[in-house]
Design a protein around this ligand. Sequence first.
Ligand SMILES: Nc1ncnc2c1ncn2[C@@H]1O[C@H](COP(=O)(O)OP(=O)(O)OP(=O)(O)O)[C@@H](O)[C@H]1O
Ligand SMILES: [Mg+2]
Length: 183
Amino acid sequence: MAKSRDLLDMILSSPRETDSFGQTIGTVLRGGDVLALVGELGAGKTALVRGIVAGLGGSASAVTSPTFMLMHEYQGRLPLIHLDLYRLQRASEAEAIGLTACFSDETVTAIEWADRFPDLLPADRLDVQLIHRTRTTRMARLEARGAGARSLLLRISRACHAGSRRARPTQLGTRARRKVSER
Ligand SMILES: Nc1ncnc2c1ncn2[C@@H]1O[C@H](COP(=O)(O)OP(=O)(O)OP(=O)(O)O)[C@@H](O)[C@H]1O
Ligand SMILES: [Mg+2]
């Protein structure tokens, strides 16, 4: 079990809450941040990225699942590169589309199916696991891997606590978190 400062669990009770949480993340992202999105088909990875793009001030309606495109770039306060590794078979293919070249201090990168090629991911990244709970509820588990990601996680956590007029997703307490991790 990761230390709590490295871990944040959120219950997202509707697509709207996922969007809202994505927007919160988008407002606190900095250049160089990398989000490694993991979760089964329909878990909400693209839905979260849509919120993130909105939070960055970009055009969220343009965000589609890049499953067939592999890569999109969205403009906002920072450029966001959105990748989907689902259809790739080999690490060499991921390298060929320029995966490692995507990581730069001037951009934010969000990678769906990031667990396909973990060795190609930067060591300092925020792992975002999306888990089906019910038809309309998801759990997001954010785990910081590295100092930059830990700083990002702290900013996200603070932004969630600071609240806003938007509907806020529920952050799980320590006890609830332990229960979830025991499943
Ligand atoms: N709480 C929720 N958060 C996000 N999506 C939800 C939620 N509840 C239901 N959904 C539905 O789940 C689906 C999520 O689709 P999305 O394309 O974001 O998944 P994905 O993880 O990107 O899948 P894929 O692996 O195919 O790319 C949407 O149809 C959305 O309406
Ligand atoms: Mg998707």
